[in-house]
Design a protein around this ligand. Structure first.
Ligand SMILES: CC(C)(COP(=O)(O)OP(=O)(O)OC[C@H]1O[C@@H](n2cnc3c(N)ncnc32)[C@H](O)[C@@H]1OP(=O)(O)O)[C@@H](O)C(=O)NCCC(=O)NCCS
Length: 154
């Protein structure tokens, strides 16, 4: 598995893969169908880094990293991760989160905050195993389901 900064040549594939995540209602609040402008704004325009994971050349997953806030709170990063369904359960998600923590530090962030982790999301176990703590709960955030706010100092 290779991890590399996304280039313009990755963007169409990334859009298609993330659209499938949104269509399946997995882990992100976007309502399907996702349009390209929405994808660009969420994944690319504000990103400090976008990293893609490839296995034998095929897109396996990705993450974005961006400032969660402006100004004096811009030291806190936000990130979003996905692994394509066929590639799950083999450690790619963990590798992406660990890599993003290093990248965030390298880019000068000193904390990482996940704003809206659905209560039922299996990613919670991954985040908790990497030292992220629940610092908040958003009642009925998405389709009546609560979401948790996770934070970790870097
Ligand atoms: C969350 C996601 C990125 C995990 O990717 P993955 O490659 O399957 O994750 P890994 O194989 O690295 O698993 C890491 C840990 O996550 C947990 N985990 C992942 N999927 C799980 C599942 N379906 N059920 C239970 N635990 C799970 C396990 O604790 C696992 O621990 P281990 O490393 O000790 O085995 C992937 O399921 C995904 O893309 N989901 C849809 C998008 C999403 O929800 N993104 C997160 C938004 S907050």
């Amino acid at each position: 598995m290779d991890l590399a900064a996304a280039t313009a040549g990755d963007h169409d594939e990334l859009f298609a893969a993330f659209s499938r995540i949104v269509d399946a209602g997995e882990g992100f609040p976007q309502a399907p169908p996702l349009d390209r402008a929405e994808f660009d704004d969420y994944w690319l325009v504000h990103a400090a880094a976008v990293v893609v994971a490839r296995e034998h050349g095929r897109l396996a997953g990705a993450y974005y990293l961006k400032a969660n806030f402006v100004g004096r709170a811009a030291h806190i990063a936000n990130a979003g991760y996905f692994v394509v369904a066929e590639c799950r359960g083999s450690g790619i998600g963990r590798a992406l989160v660990e890599h993003s923590m290093g990248e965030a530090r390298r880019l000068g962030f000193d904390a990482l905050l996940f704003n809206l982790v659905f209560e039922s999301n299996p990613a919670r176990r991954l985040y908790e195993s990497l030292g992220f703590a629940v610092v908040g709960r958003v009642p009925r955030a998405v389709d009546g389901e609560d979401a948790l706010v996770y934070w970790r100092q870097l």
